[in-house]
Design a protein around this ligand. Structure first.
Ligand code: NOJ
Length: 525
């Protein structure tokens, strides 16, 4: 039987920004629970919740001080239990974020570890003596800065490693007791009924014990995308055995962020490591047909032969939203939705993209994130009232642009809205094995004389599963375009879904309007 995570569409919720019920201007788990009906109505199959664990919030929850409790700002363990139960009642899977590479410096494990060189938990983190010249142990650089990934602990005279903030010390997965403790945190949540985990920078957990310098020619680059180690695969296999020991296809999707994308495929293992891995290069690709053609071909080439299942993502809590990246035009965001939801693989939506949200403009005095990612984390507007369905009109970050119109209530009532387009696409996907699991054949429309021609306007592909077949055509330009007859296949193709709702249900004419993307199905009978 096909496992759920292959056919599912997952909807990412950044809990601080989704819905606030207790008046502090910060979203909470009860807010998520009350809006699960939105996710179900949209037609997604599950949610991925960014961290809600106890945390001093130096990295807004990616610095965990207790893996097995809920931070009071988000609620209680009872709240997450209720949320999981309600999600399951709506047939929604619940995937939570697990942060295995580092804890908070306020975690009792780190407090113990830094208390003395002889502490039993000293080795649960990565401690090293200063170099012979008295400086940092190696040249590794931490994320979001040009600063070393090391901080000296004056009291004990050693440096500890932190690939992110100094408040996020790296855990030492080479220590078997630490591994057992971390696997216990997974068990805790598996027992509570979660369906899977998004594993934060999981490729970082295995490290070369000799901690060699990063290559000089990459000096200045963070160590994070350079850490590709066999030890990680060993630990992932242990994790997979644990997941497989629970009933119900518990899933792991890895945030494996490496310079060489071909290496990412190795983290699926021999179907004994991660079930899925995020595919980030498309998220960084510009909105140009020849670039996307290359991304689709690359994913198929790298993953296809291994039988590894692809994933697609356009936006998340770490990057400007794709509508903003693509220049701000909603028409492009619509065409991108057709692409995202019809490619072969598991799509991840980021809450708010179904409204076509742009990043908020965040004034300098309201920037709170150490990585400057505030704009894409703006609160979700639920309706047109001044508080947009939150319990305050002054939440932790400014509203995204145009929230008076661009909100769930207004768009739900409008069949021509981008929200309606997402629902129609998800419904089409759900009813078509070709779109869910079918093979993909990418049409080669590029000018063979100049395959990298930036004027190349259309990406087209077929999805097929037995007799079920769909054609997808995406016009990446703001000019109308005629598509060849060979592609259109005569008059038998009906426009099942279009960015231009008034084209739906009619025979495909063989041309696309500006920024139009369509899903075509064969005329029945
Ligand atoms: C990746 C997460 O997506 C990001 O938000 C976080 O800051 C880093 N990992 C560190 O945990």
């Amino acid at each position: 039987m096909t496992p759920w995570w292959k056919t599912a569409v997952l909807y990412q919720i950044y809990p601080r920004s989704f819905a606030d019920t207790d008046g502090d201007g910060i979203g909470d788990l009860e807010g998520v629970r009350r809006h699960l009906d939105h996710v179900a109505a949209l037609g997604a199959d599950g949610i991925w919740l960014s961290p809600f664990f106890r945390s001093p919030m130096a990295d807004f929850g990616y610095d965990v001080s207790d893996y097995c409790d809920v931070d009071p700002v988000f609620g209680t363990l009872d709240d997450i239990d209720r949320l999981i139960a309600d999600a399951h009642a709506l047939d929604l899977k619940v995937v939570i974020d697990w942060v295995p590479n580092h804890s908070s410096d306020q975690h009792p494990w780190f407090q113990a570890s830094r208390s003395g060189r002889d502490d039993p938990k000293r080795d649960w983190y990565v401690w090293r003596d200063p170099s012979p010249t008295g400086g940092v142990p190696n040249n590794w650089i931490r994320s979001w800065s040009d600063q070393p990934a090391w901080t000296l602990d004056d009291a004990t005279g050693q440096y500890y490693l932190h690939c992110f903030l100094p408040e996020q010390p790296d855990l030492n997965w080479a220590n078997p007791e630490l591994r057992t403790a971390m696997l216990d945190t997974l068990r805790f949540w598996l027992d509570r009924g979660v369906d899977g985990f998004r594993m934060d920078v999981v490729h970082l957990i295995g490290k070369d014990a000799t901690l060699p310098d990063d290559p000089e020619d990459l000096a200045g680059l963070s160590h994070v995308p350079l850490n590709h180690r066999p030890e990680t695969h060993e630990y992932l296999r242990e994790i997979r055995v644990l997941l497989d020991s629970f009933p119900g296809d518990r899933m792991a999707v890895g945030e494996v962020y490496l310079l060489d994308t071909a290496d990412v495929a190795t983290y699926y293992g021999d179907d004994d490591e991660l079930h899925l891995n995020f595919n980030f290069p498309p998220l960084h690709a510009p909105w140009l047909a020849h670039k996307w053609h290359r991304q689709i071909a690359r994913a198929e080439r790298e993953l296809g032969p291994l039988g590894a299942w692809p994933t697609w993502v356009l936006s998340n809590h770490d990057n400007p939203r794709h509508r903003t990246r693509y220049g701000g035009d909603e028409a492009r965001a619509r065409a991108a939705a057709v692409l995202l939801l019809t490619l072969r693989g598991t799509p991840f939506l980021y809450a708010g993209e179904e409204l076509g949200l742009e990043d908020a403009i965040v004034p300098a005095d309201r920037i709170v994130d150490p990585g400057g990612r505030d704009g894409c984390r703006a609160p979700m507007p639920w309706d047109a009232t001044p508080s947009h369905g939150w319990s305050t009109d002054d939440p932790w970050l400014p509203w995204p642009p145009d929230a008076d119109h661009r909100n769930v209530a207004d768009q739900s009532a409008d069949p021509a809205s981008i929200l309606s387009l997402y629902s129609r696409l998800l419904a089409a996907r759900r009813s078509s094995p070709a779109l869910q699991v079918g093979a993909i054949t990418l049409a080669d429309l590029a000018d063979p004389a100049d395959p990298a021609d930036p004027a190349f306007p259309v990406v087209a592909y077929e999805r097929r599963d037995g007799d079920d077949v769909r054609q997808v055509l995406v016009n990446f330009t703001a000019e109308p375009v005629v598509v060849t007859d060979a592609l259109a296949g005569g008059g038998d193709w009906i426009v099942e879904v279009s960015t231009h709702v008034d084209h739906e249900g009619s025979p495909f004419t063989g041309s696309l309007d500006a920024d139009e993307a369509v899903v075509l199905s064969l005329r029945q009978g």
